[in-house]
Design a protein around this ligand. Structure first.
Ligand code: SAM
Ligand code: SF4
Length: 329
């Protein structure tokens, strides 16, 4: 699958549910309306769409959400998709999770063939974690992180950089991740979906974060070998890696290799644009995958060049109306 700008599409992210057991302030409002369960693709349908993408050249699958691990029986989806790792058709099966359910899931994920996972953790402080996530229990997430490590999963910690909220903890995060052997990735807030507060107040450019970290740590750039949007630095003191995802200050769209599927079967060709293709209809139209494959090719053929995210006082409305939890981060 090659898009109109010559980019090969080899990465599919799937939001298996838009629901979540947390309400992070930058991601959701407290009172969210979710997709009615009847509109969800079944786990079997999700497997069929994912497997079709694998047949078309997708080498990396990430299940996300919402919180992927709150979807009932989702571990069976990981287990069935794991067959593509065994045949070599798929290079990587992974997930992004808030960690709340990991304690009971890590072993099965590892057994299904998952090797690396991204866990979101915006604070090492229990009270602050509660403020950021509204409903979160820090100890529960730390148990999940420990279980992931113990089961042999490689862990990457995602931190959304929030002005005046967690910016004083970043040195501690670098030290903690260094000790634990976790990669650490900082993310800028993106203007997606209505939240209760004003995003301009939360937005902290990572250029600032990076400059501050450089006062404390010896950081050297390492070549980006993940093909993803993060730019990685090696921290000499810990030996660990710290990445920066800067959708706002640095536009990474030119190397974008991914598309995103929602839990209702809508394919978004760009996280930051509204254009989408319905795959549920062609999926359900026939037992043959031909209509689905045709719809996927048609959609890839209109993948846009990039996003137009802007956060400032004049652009107080989100760039796209849907929340990150719809298309998955
Ligand atoms: N619930 C899971 C989690 O939190 O890891 C997976 C889904 S969550 C939408 C995926 C990632 O997107 C998380 O790391 C989260 O911090 C990030 N995220 C959510 N809303 C965001 C926003 N508006 N801007 C930047 N990152 C966001
Ligand atoms: Fe839930 Fe993840 Fe969004 Fe937080 S960032 S509200 S954990 S989907």
């Amino acid at each position: 699958m090659i898009d109109p700008f010559g980019r090969a599409i080899s990465y599919l992210r799937v939001s298996v549910t838009d629901r979540c057991d947390l309400r992070c302030v930058y991601c959701m409002s407290e009172d969210m309306t979710f997709v009615p369960r009847a509109q969800l693709l079944t786990l079997e349908e999700l497997d069929r769409v994912c497997s079709t993408f694998v047949g078309l050249g997708v080498k990396k699958l990430r299940l996300t959400g919402g919180e992927p691990l709150v979807r009932k029986n989702v571990l069976s989806l990981f287990e069935s998709l794991g067959r593509h790792l065994k045949t070599g058709a798929l290079d990587e099966l992974t997930l992004t999770t808030n960690g709340t359910q990991l304690d009971g899931a890590a072993e099965r994920l590892r057994a299904a063939g998952v090797e690396r996972i991204n866990i979101s953790l915006d604070s090492l402080d229990a009270d602050r974690f509660k403020t950021i996530t509204r409903w979160g229990n820090h100890a529960q997430v730390m148990d999940g992180i420990r279980a992931a490590k113990a089961s042999g999963l490689k862990v990457k910690i995602n931190v959304v950089a929030l002005r005046d909220v967690n910016e004083d903890e970043f040195d501690d995060m670098v030290a903690w991740c260094g000790r634990e052997g976790f990669d650490l990735v900082f993310i800028e807030t993106m203007p997606m979906g209505d939240i209760d507060g004003d995003r301009t107040d939360q937005y902290l450019p990572l250029s600032v974060v990076r400059a501050r970290l450089a006062n404390r740590w010896t950081m050297s750039a390492i070549p980006d070998n993940t093909g993803g949007p993060a730019r990685y630095m090696r921290v000499a003191e810990t030996g660990g890696r710290v990445g920066f995802i800067t959708p706002m200050t640095h536009n990474f769209c030119e190397s974008c290799n991914r598309v995103r599927l929602t839990c209702t079967g809508t394919l978004y060709m760009c996280l930051g644009q509204e254009d989408a293709a319905d795959l549920r209809k062609p999926l359900r139209q026939s037992e043959s995958n031909a209509p689905l494959i045709a719809a996927i090719h048609e959609a890839i053929g209109r993948k846009p060049k990039g996003h137009d995210f802007i956060i400032d006082r004049r652009h107080s409305r989100p760039a796209v109306g849907r929340h990150m939890s719809v298309t998955g981060g």
